[in-house]
Design a protein around this ligand. Structure first.
Ligand code: NAD
Ligand code: UFG
Length: 335
């Protein structure tokens, strides 16, 4: 059984990917410092899959800690999710973001190299495209004009990985640019449960639905989009997790290189489309108010997913209704 080291494996996307890895016959080994997740996620993964993955509370800034994990396990590949991801916080605390995300990745890569582990999938983001000139967004669109330190960490790490490959072509690297993951595992046991006031749309919507917040603030009603609200490519987190299995297969089967894929659905939905779809699942109108635009937001962002479909065989399966149903089930099960 191939062992896959999953950094950030108790987090939102990581935990769903661990479930899929187990289902596909891999042996995931999780490291996470629990800065944005809880250890009981490991119990939930066990409840879903019947398998308890190895878990180490280790920080990716801690070289010795990681070294021990790589010594204890014969790792075939790393899926690197660990990172801080709050856009607004990154503007206030850029050094924290550069240290955690970039220095952390450098430490991880050094330990990988020392243990001769050369396969890595990296969690990048559509944010690397900045404000795209046109949509849908293709992988060959320019990157780097990011509007916040969080986005820049993703761009810089992509560049670091490309330079690493140039220096050592025994590395095999896959950069996965996620669009907007939403939804949860159908069991309702794992999902996204942010601390404090949610930054992202779907967790905010589910908190309004459950009564934690009175209404949704819709950031801007005057964008050049069909209904004036921002358009994004929402992708079910389980589809996204399955994309990682296909990317892993690609790494297993293809020549070494740096591969880049968008993971999205190719369909853009507006904030009001999301409110409508969620209200239908809820069985009542979700309260909302249109307010000022949020600084840094763009009008439209959705993927051209054809490269991932052609080269990985990736195609998202779950529709918006399913994304809303699964997000809502998870929120209702939270204590
Ligand atoms: P998450 O916060 O739920 O998961 C990240 C995990 O990494 C957390 O469990 C956290 O505790 C851990 N972590 C953070 N810093 C660490 C460190 N120094 N050492 C060890 N563990 C550490 O976030 P997520 O939504 O699952 O995102 C996973 C990855 O995907 C991140 O790199 C994120 O930037 C990227 N991404 C997310 C989105 C999104 O909208 N959710 C979009 C694009 C890219
Ligand atoms: N929105 C609201 N109200 C809210 C929250 C969001 O109207 O309370 C709107 C936003 O203005 C935007 C849309 O809903 O139009 C989606 O916003 P999110 O914050 O959920 O997502 P973003 O597209 O802004 O950003 C997310 C992640 C980034 C990642 C990016 C990739 O937060 O880290 O997707 O596309 F880089």
């Amino acid at each position: 059984m191939k062992k896959i080291l999953v950094t950030g494996g108790t987090g939102y996307i990581g935990s769903h990917t661990v479930v899929e890895l187990i289902g596909a016959g891999y042996e995931p080994v999780i490291i996470d410092n629990l800065s944005n997740s809880k250890e009981d996620v490991v119990d939930k993964i066990q409840a879903i899959t019947g398998v308890r993955p190895a878990f180490y509370k280790v920080d990716i800034l801690d070289k010795e800690g990681m070294d021990k994990v790589f010594s204890a396990h014969d790792i075939f590949a790393v899926i690197h999710f660990a990172g801080l991801k709050a856009v607004g916080e990154s503007v206030k605390l850029p050094l924290k973001y550069y240290d955690n995300n970039i220095t952390g990745t450098l430490r991880l890569l050094e330990v990988m190299r020392a243990h001769n582990v050369k396969n890595i999938l990296f969690s990048s983001s559509a944010t690397v495209y900045g404000t795209p000139k046109t949509v849908p967004i293709r992988e060959d669109f320019p990157t780097g004009a990011c509007t916040n330190p969080y986005g820049k960490t993703k761009y810089f790490i992509e560049e670091i990985l490309k330079d690493l490959y140039v220096s050592d072509n025994t590395f095999n690297i896959c950069l996965l640019r996620y669009f907007n993951p939403v939804g949860a595992h159908e069991s309702g046991l794992i999902g996204e449960n942010p601390n404090g006031i949610p930054n992202n749309l779907m967790p905010y919507i589910t908190q309004v639905a459950i009564g934690i917040r009175p209404f949704l603030n819709v950031f801007g009603g005057d964008y050049p989009t069909p209904d004036g609200t921002g358009v994004r490519d929402y992708i079910h987190v389980v589809d996204l997790a399955r994309g990682h299995l296909l990317a892993l297969k690609k790494i297993e089967e293809s020549a070494n290189g740096v591969y880049v894929y968008n993971l999205g659905t190719g369909t853009g939905y507006s904030v009001l489309d999301m409110v409508k779809a969620f209200s239908e699942v809820l069985g009542r109108q979700l309260p909302y108010k249109i307010v000022e635009r949020r600084a840094g937001d763009i009008a439209e962002c959705y993927a051209d997913p054809s490269k991932a479909e052609k080269e990985l065989g990736f195609k998202a399966q779950y529709d918006l209704k399913r994304m809303c149903e699964d997000s809502w089930r998870f929120q209702q099960k939270l204590k």
